[in-house]
Every structure is written in C-alpha cells, then in structure tokens.
Ligand binder design. Structure first.
Ligand SMILES: [Zn+2]
Ligand SMILES: [Zn+2]
Length: 133
C-alpha cells in the first residue's frame, strides 16, 4: 500500500486524502491555470479519481464545471484544490494544497506557448508549447 498524503485549503474547511501514487506531475503555464491560482503557473499531479477523497468539508465545495470536468475550490476561501479531468476518470491535484511531501516531482513545463511574459523559466525541465506528445 502506498502511503496517503493529506491536503487542505487555505481556511482549513476542506481536507482531502490522496494516495502517494501519482502517475505524472507537471507545471502548467496556460492562462486558465494562471487565473485559477493567481500564479505564474500551476504545479499539478494526476491520479485516478478513486485514489482521491475529500475527507472533510464536502458541503462547502465550490465546483466550477460538471461532474466529469471541473475545477473544485473551497467555497469559503476560494482555494483551488483539484480539477476533475479526462472524462471524470482522473483528478489533477493542485500541488500547492498538499500538506505532505509527495514522492513525485513536476517533470516538465506545459503550455509554455501561452506562459506569462513576465515569468522566466529558470530550470532545465523539458518544455512543451502545449500538451506533451
Ligand atoms: Zn477554504
Ligand atoms: Zn493549465
């Protein structure tokens, strides 16, 4: 059994648990990820949906989108916690909301073609204009 990682939103109303068995992690520079996080890019980690669970505060979730494709925020403080993607099969956890240190590290930059002009990537990770192929 992989260990379980905990995460929470800024105000603490929402807590979640996720298996430490992410399949991939990336830094997304697309304009949607910049706006939902207010940051230069969003580090996220992907995992099968059944390996992720909201453990506290589910009544306070603010879900933007539908059951198979959404961004899920805390309805009280607004933190972006995770997104449901790939026709509802996976979640992309916003890594900034993890409390524990996952085994995985972001391995690439994606959507660099639309990154913020004021931000310069200074590491050597591979860069992709859009989705990696
Ligand atoms: Zn909150
Ligand atoms: Zn993005």
């Amino acid at each position: 059994m992989p260990k379980t990682l905990a995460g929470k939103c800024f105000c603490g109303a929402i807590h979640y648990a996720v298996a430490d068995s992410f399949g991939y992690a990336m830094n997304c520079h697309c304009s949607n990820c910049r706006r939902t996080t207010g940051s230069a890019f969003k580090p996220f980690a992907g995992i099968e949906r059944e390996k992720f669970a909201v453990t506290q505060g589910a009544d306070n979730l603010m879900i933007y989108g539908d059951d198979k494709a959404n961004d899920t925020h805390c309805g009280l403080c607004g933190s972006l916690l995770f997104s449901v993607v790939r026709d509802g099969a996976f979640v992309h956890v916003a890594m900034g909301t993890l409390l524990d240190d996952p085994s995985i590290r972001p391995s690439r930059h994606i959507f660099v073609g639309s990154k913020a002009p004021w931000f310069t990537i200074t590491d050597d990770l591979p860069q992709f204009a859009e989705h990696p192929v």
